[in-house]
Design a protein around this ligand. Structure first.
Ligand SMILES: [Zn+2]
Length: 366
């Protein structure tokens, strides 16, 4: 993996990530393909939205699919028919947010599968081995994602366990895939800084801020991001996990973050919540019944070029799955276009003006 910073504007960075399966312009937004697909969107749909990288959840692809890929000597790329870069997450977040009866020990986690109730024992080594079998471009270390709120003592204990697991993850890594460390430490700046110092000593290809967007108030998250983002190593990609809304993304970019992911574009798209240049539109509103305009006249996505608000509203009302697909295409395109505009603004030195505009349009849509 190579990471070149082409230009800086204040703390923000315009960069290019070169991975095994292609190049990714940063700041980048990764489309989430939980089960290996972005919920109803094919590779050509994502291509038409200019998506350059997909995030897949190792947790959901563990066992059956990773073993199949390994035994047939095919990569996850071949299996899901996606030729561009893939980042796999380690499963840590899913284990701690989706599973019941989670039992944590120093060596790993035992939990009940939310899919079939099976008891699963997952370790940092097993997570990395799975991600290596899948052959993703970027792997994430396995960490404990503490809940919010949590006392400082408990957060420290969790952060130290994650650091131990970070070492185990690193020791298991033997491929040419990139491996990113994840800074933990909850809402406590000193713990976050300790986590970061120790991760740098272990040495990773990129650094992520994890354990945010777990229910904490927005000002606390903003304080952590603002305090920490620019302290992550300057020459490595910086990734803010699970964030988020356009307004949160652009502010984090201004603090020096390079990579983002979130399910919002597809999840909201399926529910008729559409991002536009003038704010959020809810297609289920009765005022769009006879509206023959596209979702956004300024948008050049496949949906806006071919379909009206009225027809999308009609499809959504009839529960036709085409509605979810078309509206997701629009949102995924919007996010990629938004990131492209951010990159241009960094290049031109006009990011502050763009932030002012985004604040104006999206501050009421939180
Ligand atoms: Zn559109």
């Amino acid at each position: 993996m190579k990471f070149n910073i082409k230009k800086k504007y204040k703390k923000s960075r315009l960069g290019l990530l070169t991975l095994k399966h292609g190049k990714v312009n940063t700041p980048a937004f990764m489309t989430v393909g939980t089960y290996g697909s972005a919920r109803g969107l094919s590779e050509s749909d994502l291509d038409s939205c200019n998506a350059e990288i997909m995030l897949c959840n190792a947790y959901h692809l563990m066992n059956k699919i990773s073993k199949l890929c390994s035994s047939k000597s095919i990569s996850l790329h071949d299996y899901i028919s996606w030729s561009k870069p893939i980042l796999t997450d380690s499963g840590g977040y899913q284990v701690f947010s989706l599973s019941e009866h989670t039992k944590v020990s120093r060596s790993g986690v035992t939990f009940k599968s939310p899919i079939n109730g099976d008891t699963i024992y997952l370790t940092p080594e097993k997570s990395i081995e799975t991600q290596q079998m899948l052959g993703s471009d970027i792997m994430m270390i396995f960490d404990e994602c503490p809940s919010y709120p949590l006392s400082k003592d408990e957060t420290q204990e969790s952060m130290e366990l994650s650091l131990y697991w970070a070492e185990l993850s690193k020791k298991t890594h033997f491929t040419d895939q990139a491996l990113f460390g994840i800074v933990q430490g909850g809402m406590y700046e000193d713990l976050r800084e300790q986590s970061l110092r120790e991760l740098i000593k272990i040495g990773f290809d990129g650094y992520a801020l994890g354990g945010l967007s777990v229910g904490e108030p927005k000002p606390i998250r903003e304080r952590i991001v603002a305090g920490l983002a620019s302290k992550l190593p300057d020459d490595k990609p910086r990734y803010l996990m699970g964030v988020g809304k356009p307004i949160d993304i652009i502010h984090a970019v201004s603090e020096g973050v390079d990579m983002f992911d979130c399910v919002i574009p597809t999840r909201n798209g399926r529910n008729g919540q559409l991002f536009t240049s003038s704010g959020i539109m809810n297609i289920r509103n009765s005022k769009y019944e006879n509206d023959l305009k596209p979702i956004d006249e300024a948008c050049e996505c496949y949906t806006c070029k071919n379909y009206s608000r009225s027809f999308l509203k009609h499809l959504d009302k009839c529960n036709d799955s085409l509605a979810g697909r078309l509206m997701s295409i629009h949102n995924v395109y919007f996010y990629q276009d938004f990131m492209k505009t951010i990159r241009t603004a960094i290049d031109n030195g006009t990011l502050d003006q763009m932030i002012e505009k985004v604040d104006l349009v999206y501050s009421d849509s939180q």
